[in-house]
Write a protein that binds this ligand. Structure first.
Ligand code: BT5
Length: 243
């Protein structure tokens, strides 16, 4: 795999990590860093691209990944670490918090003032797993397609300051590596609990599709547990809205 000369600089800093970066693949352009990470494998392999031509979200949705403006990367694992998507959103939250206040949205989004700045996608093929993270860093409003302008934001849009993608990447990878170490010690319920506290969802009344109820917790798989008029219900995917 060839490193893109212009963008190899995205990881020009020494990584302060134990797990992430066992192998580092930097590319100018790729279909999806998750696809590459699932193909390459190797615990801790980091795949990062300046541009994705077929970046994706959950359930076949597209992830807008234009060149030069964001961070689009994936980490490969040779087995699933339960809780990894929640650990990833906490790590991104911690890293972005140094620039501005952030919010967490179930199951995997990081928002700023209610708009999405980061999405997380965990995919599994056999035993192998790719944790994909997309973060909007240098976008102006007009850099997003019209359909995303009401719902998406970037670090530069909210801070009004120029932000170095490499600095954001360095901090996110450091925080993520710390969270992975916690998960490897088997502490995934602590991560889920921390995520739930940080999200302010506990006790909130929400609607998920046809189901309405109050959030009482997360089950070990990360599903939301709701107390409804018909008793306890689990929400495993889809969109939730406050009521
Ligand atoms: C996600 O899905 O939020 C997961 C996104 C993961 C992207 C990373 S980038 C590196 C790796 N390689 C990949 O191919 N993917 C991962 P979901 O919750 O389904 O949200 C998708 C929805 O977010 C879309 O339908 C749009 O409405 C919106 N969206 C798309 N691109 C966006 C962007 N750049 N910023 C904010 N919102 C976006």
């Amino acid at each position: 795999m060839s490193d893109g000369a212009a963008h190899a600089t995205l990881v020009s800093f020494p990584l302060d990590t134990e797990f992430i970066g066992a192998r580092i693949v930097v590319m100018d352009r790729v279909a999806s860093t998750n696809t590459s990470a699932l193909r390459l494998g190797g615990d801790g392999t980091l795949v990062i691209a300046d541009q994705q031509t077929a970046g994706r979200g959950r359930r076949g949705r597209a992830w807008h990944s234009v060149p030069g403006l964001g961070l689009w990367f994936s980490v490969a694992f040779e087995s699933l670490l339960p809780g990894i998507s929640f650990a990833a959103s906490l790590a991104v939250r911690d890293a972005l918090q140094t620039f501005c206040p952030t919010e967490l949205k179930w199951p995997n989004d990081v928002l700023i003032h209610g708009k999405k700045v980061c999405g997380v996608l965990v995919e599994q093929r056999g035993q192998r797993v790719a944790l994909g993270i997309g973060i909007n860093v240098c976008h102006r409003a007009e850099d997003f397609p019209e359909v995303l302008r009401e719902t998406a934001t970037s670090l530069e849009m909210v801070t009004g300051q120029p932000i170095d993608r490499r600095e954001v990447l360095r901090v996110v990878l450091t925080r993520l590596d710390e969270r992975i170490r916690v998960l490897k010690q088997g502490c995934h319920m602590e991560i889920l609990e921390e995520w739930l506290e940080a999200s302010n969802l506990r006790g909130r009344r929400i609607r998920a599709g046809e189901v309405e109820g109050s959030v009482t917790g997360l089950d070990p798989s990360g599903a939301l547990i709701l107390l409804t008029n018909q008793g306890e219900r689990r929400v495993i995917s889809g969109e939730i809205a406050p009521i």
